[in-house]
Design a protein around this ligand. Structure first.
Ligand SMILES: [Zn+2]
Length: 170
């Protein structure tokens, strides 16, 4: 119960409620509330570079800690939620964490929606360019120009397909 009280105190001093603060990082909403079980340092959040993409991690910031705790964000978030289900915490604490995680999901959703909008804009602009090329093509008799434009149109088409694929994969 002492731990729950500590969590509650920290939440009350925290930033999420009302004011904004530089320490609240929407990518890593839990980092201020967890610490390394070995060296007791407060967790940090970071992006680890994989082969094709970056992956979000939580972990102990202490590089000298040989038992340093590090865990992928998705896994840790799931574990944390399970932990909250298991332990006895005041209803208020439970509610606050569900708000934190919900806010995080909403922010992610917003970022994703903006990203899709941006891609769709680019796709539209590509379509406009392709239409223009088509206009020129039907009126052109220069073989050299036609060849060049068809190549360009094909490149634009590939780009468009790539963007459409990216949107589908979200
Ligand atoms: Zn540590």
């Amino acid at each position: 119960m002492e731990t729950a009280q500590k969590i509650l105190d920290r939440i009350n001093q925290s930033t999420l409620i009302g004011k904004s603060h530089i320490k609240f990082n929407p990518d890593f909403p839990l980092r201020n509330y967890l610490h390394c079980g070995y060296c007791k340092r407060q967790f940090t959040g970071y992006w680890s570079k994989g082969r094709n993409a970056k992956y979000p991690y939580y972990g102990c910031p202490n590089k000298k800690d040989k038992d340093r705790f590090q865990r992928g964000r998705k896994k840790l978030t799931a574990e944390f939620q399970e932990f909250l289900e298991r332990i006895t915490v005041p209803e208020q604490v439970r509610e606050i964490f569900s708000i934190i995680l919900q806010t995080f999901r909403e922010q992610k959703g917003q970022i994703q929606a903006d990203w899709i909008k941006d891609k769709e804009k680019q796709i539209n602009s590509i379509k406009c360019k392709m239409d223009r090329i088509q206009q020129i093509l039907v009126n052109s008799s220069s073989f050299h120009l036609i060849e060049k434009l068809e190549k360009e149109r094909e490149e634009l088409n590939q780009k468009k397909l790539k963007y459409q694929q990216e949107i589908t994969n979200v």
